[in-house]
Ligand binder design. Structure first.
Ligand SMILES: [Zn+2]
Ligand SMILES: [Zn+2]
Length: 112
């Protein structure tokens, strides 16, 4: 499974930060490692960054944060980073998958 398939799978699982719609599609390629995506419900656009090594460099504390991350579904701690979403408002969040139950949830990420 290539990176593109991974992104398609992630896009199926994340929801729009504005309208909570789940119809997120790839919009256009941007900078390396970043993908523009668009919500088909409200047309909100944001970027998905899949370069996990780069994200770890940007957020040196990320591994510890993931280990302590709290799943809203099963209340277990420990998650795996899938991607980061960058909003035009400069808000950012990490999309995390619970290692116990597989639930996907968002965590605020540090601003650039
Ligand atoms: Zn939307
Ligand atoms: Zn869980």
């Amino acid at each position: 499974m290539g990176p593109r398939d991974d992104l398609a799978r992630i896009l199926q699982q994340i929801s729009c930060p504005v309208c909570s719609g789940e119809n997120i599609e790839l919009a256009a390629a941007r900078a390396a490692g970043a993908r523009g995506v668009v919500c088909r419900t409200c047309e909100f656009r944001f970027e998905v960054i899949e370069d996990l090594d780069g994200l770890r460099r940007d957020s040196p504390a990320i591994n510890r944060e993931l280990a302590e991350s709290f799943c809203p579904s099963c209340q277990a701690t420990g998650g795996e980073l899938l991607c980061r979403c960058d909003l035009p408002s400069r808000e950012r969040y990490h999309v995390v998958r619970c290692l116990q139950c597989g639930f996907l949830y968002k965590r605020e990420a540090p601003r650039a």
